[in-house]
Write a protein that binds this ligand. Sequence first.
Ligand code: SAM
Length: 224
Amino acid sequence: MKIQVITLFPEMFEGVLNTSMLRKAQDKKLVEYKLINLRNFGIGPRKQVDDTPYGGGDGMVLRVEPLLAAVQHAMSSIRQAQDRSVTNRQSLVVLMTPRGKKFTQAKARELSRIDNLILVCGRYEGYDERVTSFIDEQISIGDYVLTGGELPAMVVIDAVTRLIPGVLGGTTSAVRESFAQAGVVEYPQYTRPEKFRGLKVPKVLLSGHHAEVEKWRTGQQRKK
Ligand code: SAM
């Protein structure tokens, strides 16, 4: 899977993409991340990417031309790869926006099956609405406003990457965890010590009785 991010602040991604699972996923060649600096597609000698909003109002709005040029650049790198590939690869351009559809585990699973994902990060007061004519989907990570689309894009990248087959260690990790089934969360987990400040690990988990453990876990999932 290839995930490309269009952003004015590529440096924000370094720590997140190069730590733990996301680093390992790249090392195992299960995913490739590419950061595209929107500034490179800016207009004129000052590489302008934003302008004041028509109709007045606070702040600046990202212009449509640099955004579209960056999306086209991302698409062209996919097309070159496609020419060399025998498979019919699938790609999707997603705009991060508080006005988008709420991100869920089901959406993360759906996106993890896409070969080429392009995430577009807004900034300032947002983007020229006409950019929505050139993207496939709009995603929000929740009903609150962040400074830019970078943190939302990182949330999507993390949730999607860990669902790519081979990224998580065990085969059941992604199957039994929270939201693997709609509305169902994971059972409580315990590790050593057996007793901590009077708090004990449930006896059934120490029993070695797999069927009983399974019954308890399913019951707890329902309860939670
Ligand atoms: N003026 C916009 C509004 O009221 O909807 C908010 C713009 S926000 C400061 C700048 C950018 O951050 C947005 O264009 C979007 O790309 C991103 N962003 C902010 N909150 C987000 C959220 N909850 N989900 C996804 N993207 C978000």
